[in-house]
Design a protein around this ligand. Structure first.
Ligand code: AMP
Length: 397
């Protein structure tokens, strides 16, 4: 990585601002998945173990009104972090002012302070999300150095990432940020070939940029999920009641032309009459979807075809489930993709966040991939080949 990383910094006795991504799912004040907290531990521990004063902050959810504050407080996250870290975390329930500054001034080397949700600053004029220059400057003034470990928000220029970087001498990547940039950036910029991409999910429109970029970079692009039916329509196939974006059919035609054989579509589908787990289903070839049925999963012949295409691959990037994996009867294709990738020898396998990441984790394949990104939107933009402002703002080596 050509950027500063946390191990390049002198941390002893320094006030170390650490932007983490603690945007965890919560239900009635209870954290339902603490993966993002767990993923941030190596960076936090490194600061502590090297005698730095760790000042942590993150956004959580969207905060538009005073009422949004209560359900988006980071207090429960600080508590969970304390348990995971096995160390006192001083939680400061504000985002600026004397209480925060006093807490920081009272820190000893190795102490951890965490302040309230950065998006509380959005209530009076989107100061955090709008990258208000005064706010970035103020937060930067609270520390000596800045470690950005929040890949999940790196695709946005906010006060708590780019804003601080613009006002502090050194910004370094934390360990999680480094891992994300090395794996996703590495796959897109410098992949080991054969490089195969698997793209699924509901809509073509969400992934146009990704398909276009990967058609250039990858050797094959396997397409499944709801978006396959827009491509079917572009080929003149009957798709019945399957999900389709009619205004993207022309684009799909162009992509197929440009792809010159690189795009591989499902050859069979699991179809049902209703969008419902209990709707009776059957497997039909691509050219035989009945008019009153919809495609909800890839069929077994498609999985065999994907297996053939993946054979010998050295890099695989996967984004988007290949079926309606939330319904057990239509989750088989997505599970089979997990299985194929888990058994692929000698390949770097990367899941680009979002629904395919939650599918792989919930199906028990978490440890079977080389890397599962923590950032949905950020990894998609990275796969599109875009520069992520939060990454660009990290100091060059
Ligand atoms: P995305 O957020 O674009 O990655 O899409 C993920 C969603 O696509 C999941 O909720 C899946 O249920 C949905 N999906 C996958 N395949 C299909 C399909 N054949 N028809 C409708 N939705 C689908």
């Amino acid at each position: 990585m050509k950027k500063l990383i946390i191990t390049d910094l002198e941390l002893k006795g320094k006030k170390v601002l650490v932007r983490v991504d603690f945007n965890v799912p919560m239900k009635e004040g209870v954290i339902t998945n603490d993966n993002r907290i767990v993923q941030a531990l190596p960076t936090i521990k490194y600061v502590v173990d090297n005698g730095g004063k760790a000042i942590l902050f993150s956004h959580l959810g969207r905060v538009k009104t005073e009422e949004d504050k209560a359900k988006n407080s980071l207090a429960p996250v600080a508590k969970r972090l304390e348990e995971l870290l096995g160390k006192k975390v001083v939680f400061v329930p504000v985002t600026r002012g004397k209480e925060l500054e006093d807490a920081i001034n009272n820190m000893q080397n190795g102490d951890v302070v965490m302040f309230e949700n950065t998006r509380f600053e959005d209530i009076n004029g989107k100061k955090e999300s709008g990258n208000d220059p005064e706010l970035g400057k103020y937060w930067a003034s609270l520390g000596d150095v800045f470690v950005n470990d929040a890949f999940g928000t790196a695709h946005r220029a906010h006060a708590s990432n780019s804003g601080i970087s613009a006002n502090i001498k050194q910004t370094a990547a934390g360990f999680l940020m480094k891992k994300e940039v090395e794996f996703i950036g590495g796959a897109v910029d410098n992949p080991k070939h054969p490089f195969v991409a698997i793209l699924g999910g509901s809509k073509v429109s969400d992934k146009i940029g990704v398909i276009e970029n990967l058609l250039v970079k990858a050797d094959k692009v396997l397409i499944g999920g709801g978006m396959a039916y827009t491509f079917y329509k572009a080929q003149g196939l009957e798709i019945g009641k399957s999900i389709c974006e009619d205004d993207k059919v022309e684009l799909a035609k162009e992509l197929l032309k440009k792809a010159n054989g690189k795009i591989v579509l499902p050859v069979d589908n699991v179809v049902a009459k209703e969008f419902n787990n209990d709707s009776p289903s059957m497997v039909v070839p691509a050219n035989a979807i009945p008019a009153d049925y919809m495609g909800l999963d890839c069929g077994p012949a498609t999985i065999e075809l994907f297996k053939k295409e993946l054979k010998g691959a050295k890099t695989v990037v996967w984004n988007g489930p290949v079926g309606v994996f939330e319904m057990p009867n239509f989750a088989k294709g997505t599970k089979a993709v997990c299985e194929l990738l888990a058994n692929l020898e000698g390949a770097i396998t990367i899941i680009g966040g979002g629904d395919s990441a939650s599918a792989a984790i919930s199906m028990g394949y978490e440890s079977k991939f080389t890397h599962i990104s923590t950032g949905g939107g950020a990894s998609l933009e990275y796969l599109e080949g875009k520069v992520l402002p939060g990454v660009a703002a990290i100091t060059d080596k």
